[in-house]
Every structure is written in C-alpha cells, then in structure tokens.
Design a protein around this ligand. Sequence first.
Ligand code: SF4
Length: 330
Amino acid sequence: MAQSAQTNSRLPSQRIPVGISACLMGQSVRFNGSHKRSRFCTDVLSRYFDFRPLCPEVAIGMGTPREPIRLATTTPDDTNVRAIGTDNPELDVTDALAEYGREQGQKQQLCGYIFMQKSPSCGLFGVKRYLANGHPEGTTRGIYAKHFCEQNPLLPVEEAGRLNDAGLLENFMVRVFTYHEWQQLRAQPIGAHDLIDFHSRYKYLVMAHSAVHYKSMGRLLADLKAAPINDIADEYFSQLMAALAKPASRKMHTNTLMHLQGYLKHLLSDEDKRELTAIIEDYRLGIVPLVVPLTLLKHHLNHHEEANAYARAQVYLNPHPYELGLRNRL
Ligand code: SF4
C-alpha cells in the first residue's frame, strides 16, 4: 500500500470488511452471464477494503444465466412489492430474496456495503416499480438490499454509481472508517474513559456534519452515570452515525476549520495567522478545495507540538486515507 508524505494519513492496520454486489467485483453473475465490474472498487478501494462479494439471486438458486426479474406492485406504495419474472410473472422470488437478505444481514460482520444500482435485488435507491400492465409506477429499494439494511440500520451503505459523486464518496468513506474504528473499540468491554477518549477525537468531525448532534452528543456524555455505560455507548454510536450521514457543508467545514485555528492563536506569527485566515476564507468562497486550508492547518499543528495534542489528534484532520485525495474535490 503506497504511503504518502503525509505522515498522519489514516490507514487501517487491516483491510476493512465491506460487502459488495458480486457483479461489481467482476464476477459474471448477472442474469445474462455478464458483470458490472467497478474498476474503482476492484483497483482502488480494495487497497483498503476486504470486499465480501455477494450475489443474492445466485445464492437463492436462480443460476446464471437466468430469467430477469423486476419489481411489481398493485398499489402506489411499498406495501405489496414483489420480485417477479419479467417474462414469466409466475416466477416470484420475493420471499427467498427477503429471507436471504435477513440471513446475511444477521450473519455478515461488515463495516459498509456497496450495492449495485437499479437492481430489483441489490438497488438501494430509485429501483423502478411496475404495475401489472407493465407501466412504471414510482421507485423503491431492491428486496435483498431492503431486508439486509433493516438488520443493520447504522451500517454505511451506498450504491456504486453514486460513488462517482465526490461528496457522496467522501461521506461514505468517513462513515466506513468511523464504523470500523467503533467496532474495534466495542470488541472489548467499554469504560467511561474509552467513550470520552473516542469522542474527544471525533468531536470536530461531528461539528462539521451536524450542529444538532454535536450538542446532543455532548449532553449525552455529560452524565455517564445516568444509565449503564453500554446503553450510553449504543446511543452515542447511533447519534454518531446519524450525524455523519448528514453531508458536511462548506459553511460547516469553514466553522470547524476556524475552531481548530483557535488552537494556534498564541503560537503563530501575525503573518501566518493572516495567511491561514485568508486561505480558510478562500475555501469558504469556493476558490480552493478543502484540502488547501486543511494542509496548511495540519502543517502548523504538526510544527507546533505545544499547540495541543487534543487538536492534533482530531479525526477530522484525517478521517480516511489521505492518498485517496477525497478532499481535493470538496
Ligand atoms: S445486482 Fe445483485 S443480484 Fe444482480 S447480479 Fe449483481 S449481485 Fe447479483
């Protein structure tokens, strides 16, 4: 795995287990025997993720090649969606896909999942529903994906096609790395100090994503005797994932950068302070991407060890591998 000159890049000691639709890994499991290989997944993300490919349609015994299926409904909502054969409506694999989704959702120990878009089994968003007369009527979630996700409501999930969007990709990666670190923390009995230490590193990342959660998580941790520590930890993680699911806006990144700049106010020369302030302002105005003020901020934090170990330890500074350059396009 290539290391950048950025010494504080965030690389996991082991690749992170992430589920993926098998056709995205280049496996020829589609109904017509083809695949939908995602080079980004197989060639780039696989450096960091230990992908676990799953094809629900093959797993329930449909074979390859097979008759294509689609989602059919008799009502204009999600109450009666069935996965049936496109040519043979007598073929109904709804229950088998749902059962497989529930089973895998309980069995797999994952930190994220990348689904194939538009699939009546794997699609997460906007899969077409059809009426009995063959006309499209609204959109929904694929049967397998729906039941898998219901078992893992906090799991970071995304569709491969949406990862072409820089903001969605960065957000997915933030959530996967966070989820993974939390699973490692929870592999051992958790104590109050562990929870406080964890939050003290994630504080500014939460600030960049959700002011509401930033406050409510602070309140939650203010009294660690209010409930059993495991209950507080579960509630904390639920709030953390809800916060990170909210996209961090330019305005909120700017606010977070300014807070972190505050740790340097007695250490930088007036000239350096003016330069950092100007670059944060350039970012706020959309003139430069997020990586620019962050690089200068990290430079000063790393060169002023007395600045504050607390500030330098913030996950916000390195929430995912620097080498991916995910903040070059934000
Ligand atoms: S989208 Fe899902 S069900 Fe369809 S081929 Fe890919 S993995 Fe299999």
